[in-house]
Design a protein around this ligand. Structure first.
Ligand SMILES: O=C(CO)COP(=O)(O)O
Length: 241
């Protein structure tokens, strides 16, 4: 049985106070969640410390949204593995399309970040996915295979989660057809040396479509943006049928 990982990616949303407010509402909704589902909140750096303190003893795992490959150094604006580990962070999103698109993230830097995360006992959630243009040109598979080949060089596949996030489905309300997401995720799995890696789907996941997404045999969880910002909505996603 592959592990199920349901993760919220808060992106650049929520102050420290708003994060705590979310947590209070969310925790009260989690009582019925099956134990084997890993629940992860990937929050802004400024909310990590307070959530870490308040999550103590809870089954919710803490995640960050980036990590640098050096342990320390003159890298203004970056954050290191030891800084995250010390706060009890377990997961870190790496190579999200927004990092690749707006902040110059390349397959080479993604690879460096993945290896650094694992070195400091953080489980990376590697994001891959195609643009609308690539999909329309029939280049979906070639693009994703190229990302995987470059991103995963010397990466330990025993400590890894992958998220398939078609870029055209992110924040658009335009979910990838679930059978198509299942097909692409099956293809991603065929390229891995460890078929047990949990592979999530991400892109406009919401309470209305979570049951259908999770009914697909290849999909081992979801990476949720907008719908993870509201406690009742994310709890409904975590408690999918
Ligand atoms: O980018 C995403 C998660 O990383 C998906 O965002 P949305 O769920 O808002 O489409």
């Amino acid at each position: 049985m592959r592990k199920i990982v349901i993760a919220g990616n808060w992106k650049m949303y929520k102050t420290r106070t708003e994060s705590l407010e979310f947590l209070q509402g969310f925790m009260s909704c989690l009582t019925e969640t099956p134990e084997e589902r890993e629940v992860v909140l990937c929050v802004p750096f400024t909310s990590l410390a307070v959530l870490s303190k308040n999550l103590h003893g809870s089954r919710i795992r803490l995640g960050a949204q980036n990590v640098h490959w050096q342990e320390s150094g003159a890298f203004t604006g970056e954050i290191s593995g030891p800084m995250l580990s010390e706060l009890g962070v377990r997961y870190v999103i790496i190579g999200h399309s927004e990092r690749r698109q707006y902040f110059g993230e390349t397959d080479e830097t993604v690879n460096l970040r993945l290896k650094a995360a694992q070195k400091y006992d953080l489980i990376p959630i590697l994001c891959v996915g195609e643009t609308k243009q690539q999909r329309d040109a029939g280049e979906t598979e070639a693009h994703i295979f190229s990302q995987l080949a470059k991103d995963l060089v010397d990466v330990d596949q025993e400590k890894l989660v992958i998220a398939y996030e078609p870029i055209w489905a992110i924040g658009t309300g335009d979910t990838c057809e679930t059978k198509e997401a299942n097909r692409v995720i099956g293809l991603i799995r065929s390229k891995l040396t460890n078929p047990g890696v949990p592979i999530q789907y991400g892109g406009s996941v919401k309470p209305e479509n979570i049951d259908e997404v999770m009914a697909q045999p290849e999909i081992d969880g979801v990476l949720v943006g907008g719908a993870s910002l509201e406690a009742a909505s994310f709890a409904r996603i975590v408690n999918y049928q």
